[in-house]
Design a protein. Structure first.
Length: 356
């Protein structure tokens, strides 16, 4: 089975994107006054990190690619929507605090340095002091930077799967031991010099590589799993994921979410008959999944738009307005910018490849 076939991960990606967007939004506009319902929904990011490592391992197991090509492909996939968020978000800040003068905003404080570093998706290196303009995109930068590490481990074939699992466990444990708290920050350094976001991203992606190794080893058994059993296990995993992300306080125990994340990715990639897979693989979710990345990128722009221009809007109107605005911006960014810039970059890199 190849990754292009329909499976429940289509819907899971939409759910995870929405969960992260609502988590960040609730930081400014609480759903319930004095209480944060989605206090641990940041863990949905782990779903994307594990899935990224999984698909990277799957792709490289079926098609030989150089590290250069993998990085180029990832850049083409990630950068177009990413750059639009980085350009548009400061517009809100400039209008609010600098009378619309974008240049004045850039010159204020460390914005220019942060902007340049973030422009090339390298803010998670710490060059800009781990200061973010579009906060949620730390995940994009960290994933991009960690790609070479994950690539090398994948190239070790079967040994790579075991090594990925061991390295992932060690990285998580080191981070927890050093930080002494369950919430891995998107700022700060482990041992004083290793950016904390890179710890989290490398651990999640390597876990995805280990998950693919499990899937590849047991895929015949998983493929033949009766539909009723697949449905039951999928249901348990999905309930666990939601339970970890909602109505909980931050706790180390929440990181057990990695187990159902790995499980649901493996099950939904299998050729079984799980009801949850069928529902979440609905064609009606295709477009939402297609624009989910742009939706993720634009969440900070939309949240800050409300905070700056409609700070007194009350619930539930603020959430409805936010979701409509975020969806609209995602469509605009995806259709007008992401598609065209991606096509342009593909033509450039393919032309250079043919010329070489």
């Amino acid at each position: 089975m190849n990754s292009e076939k329909r499976n429940g991960l289509i819907g899971m990606r939409v759910i995870a994107t929405l969960g992260i967007a609502l988590y960040h939004f609730e930081l400014s506009f609480p759903f319930v006054e004095g209480k944060q319902i989605m206090s641990t929904a940041y863990l949905f990011v782990e779903f994307f990190l594990v899935m990224s490592g999984f698909f990277m391992a799957m792709t490289l197991s079926r098609k030989e690619k150089t590290l250069h090509r993998v990085i180029v492909d990832r850049f083409i996939r990630l950068w177009p929507a990413y750059i639009m968020g980085l350009i548009l978000l400061p517009v809100v800040y400039a209008i609010t605090w600098f009378s619309g003068n974008y240049i004045a905003w850039l010159k204020d404080g460390s914005h220019f340095k942060s902007h340049i570093v973030e422009f090339i998706m390298l803010q998670c290196t710490g060059i800009g002091g781990l200061k973010y303009i579009n906060g949620p995109t730390w995940y994009v930068s960290a994933m991009f930077i960690c790609t070479p590490i994950v690539y090398v481990v994948i190239r070790l074939k079967k040994i790579g799967g075991v090594l990925a699992a061991v390295l992932s466990a060690i990285i998580y444990l080191l981070a927890f031991y050093y930080l002494k708290e369950p919430d891995m920050p998107m700022e700060g350094f482990i041992f004083g010099y290793i950016p904390a976001p890179l710890f989290r991203a490398s651990a999640g992606m390597l876990l995805g590589v280990a998950a693919y190794s499990i899937f590849d080893t047991l895929k015949l058994v998983i493929d033949r799993m009766p539909g009723i059993i697949a449905t039951f296990v999928e249901g348990i995993f999905i309930c666990c994921i939601f339970r970890m992300c909602y109505f909980r306080q931050s706790s180390f125990i929440n990181w057990l979410i990695l187990i159902p994340i790995v499980g649901i990715i493996i099950l939904m990639m299998a050729e079984n008959k799980g009801i949850f897979s069928k529902v979440l693989a609905s064609k009606k979710l295709d477009y939402f999944a297609e624009i989910s990345y742009a939706f993720y990128i634009m969440q900070s722009f939309c949240s800050n738009f409300l905070s700056c221009f409609l700070p007194d809007i009350k619930q539930p109107y603020s959430t409805v307005f936010y979701l409509v605005l975020n969806f609209g911006m995602a469509v605009i960014v995806h259709e007008i910018f992401e598609r065209n810039i991606s096509g342009f970059l593909k033509n450039i890199f393919n032309f250079n490849r043919r010329s070489a």
